[in-house]
Design a protein around this ligand. Structure first.
Ligand SMILES: Nc1ncnc2c1ncn2[C@@H]1O[C@H](COP(=O)(O)OP(=O)(O)OP(=O)(O)O)[C@@H](O)[C@H]1O
Ligand SMILES: Nc1ccn([C@@H]2O[C@H](COP(=O)(O)O)[C@@H](O)[C@H]2O)c(=O)n1
Length: 237
């Protein structure tokens, strides 16, 4: 297992569709290499949570745009204990709920929201002295186009849905995942991917210079090793 700390601050962009393993991989790679970690999806989820909480009509892009600058989002970038607050409220748990997950693509498609959150992401990356792994949908294409290492994770819809269902059914109080649950999970993942890929502003996309890693047949440990190797190879160049 590699425990080396990156010699110079390295910026790593990890993008990909929903449920491909971006968060699990990014957190573990950052922890192993002594880097910071930024979950940009959590920031879009946090602003979505705030909009819903504040009674903003998330289907009205002008209302969302007008409200976007009001809340203050703070992301903690310790990969062993990532955190997210909005106006001082810890929203790490509620942003994972179905309501936010169902609404986030509409909010994240609004250009004013993206401008604000992209600026925030760039300033966090610029302050990360020991390097940072930033994961999302448009990190390699738009947020950090000069990232040292760009990775685009993929996995088949069936594998993603099975992994996500297993994760959800493992949560306390959640019903066991049956076939119908996996099918519904897969449909929801694909709906979100379609919305995120289809929006006009900074859609989910693979950067031309990103390395694609299909995780369908790989264990999480194999994906982590693969990304660590790509970062170390970049460091030797
Ligand atoms: N290679 C792998 N093998 C098995 N399970 C995996 C692998 N990668 C991730 N997982 C599991 O799949 C689920 C989804 O992973 P994760 O949350 O990291 O994906 P994500 O791309 O960040 O998702 P989202 O975009 O929805 O936030 C988690 O339960 C995780 O433990
Ligand atoms: N760079 C990003 C990251 C995320 N989004 C939007 O947030 C949603 C939630 O992301 P998760 O990674 O937590 O699942 C995602 O579906 C996108 O709508 C984004 O636009 N850009």
């Amino acid at each position: 297992m590699s425990t080396s700390v990156a010699a110079t601050p390295v910026v790593v962009a990890i993008d990909g569709p929903s449920g491909t393993g971006k968060s699990s991989t990014s957190k573990a790679v950052a922890a192993r290499m002594g880097m910071r970690y930024l979950d940009t999806g959590a920031q879009y989820r946090a602003i979505t949570w705030w909009m819903l909480h504040a009674g903003v009509d998330i289907d009205d892009p002008r209302a969302v745009a007008a409200a976007a600058g009001k809340p203050s989002i703070v992301s903690g970038t310790d990969p062993l204990a990532p955190s997210i607050t909005i106006d001082g409220t810890d929203v790490a748990a509620p942003i994972r709920g179905e309501r936010v997950t169902g609404a986030v693509s509409a909010v994240s498609a609004v250009p004013e929201v993206r401008t604000l959150i992209t600026d925030l992401q760039r300033s966090i990356a610029a302050e990360a002295d020991g390097g940072i792994v930033v994961e999302g949908r448009d990190i390699g294409t738009t947020v950090l186009p000069d990232a040292d290492v760009k990775i685009f994770l993929t996995a088949s819809p069936e594998v993603r849905a099975a992994r996500r269902s297993a994760e959800v059914s493992g949560r306390a109080g959640a019903p066991a995942a049956g076939g119908a649950d996996v099918a519904a999970t897969q449909a929801a993942l694909l709906r979100r991917d379609a919305a995120d890929s289809g929006r006009k502003t900074s859609p989910l996309a693979k950067a031309g210079d990103a390395t694609e890693v299909d995780t369908s047949e790989l264990t999480l440990e194999q994906v982590i090793e693969c990304v660590v190797t790509l970062i170390e190879e970049r460091g030797r160049r």
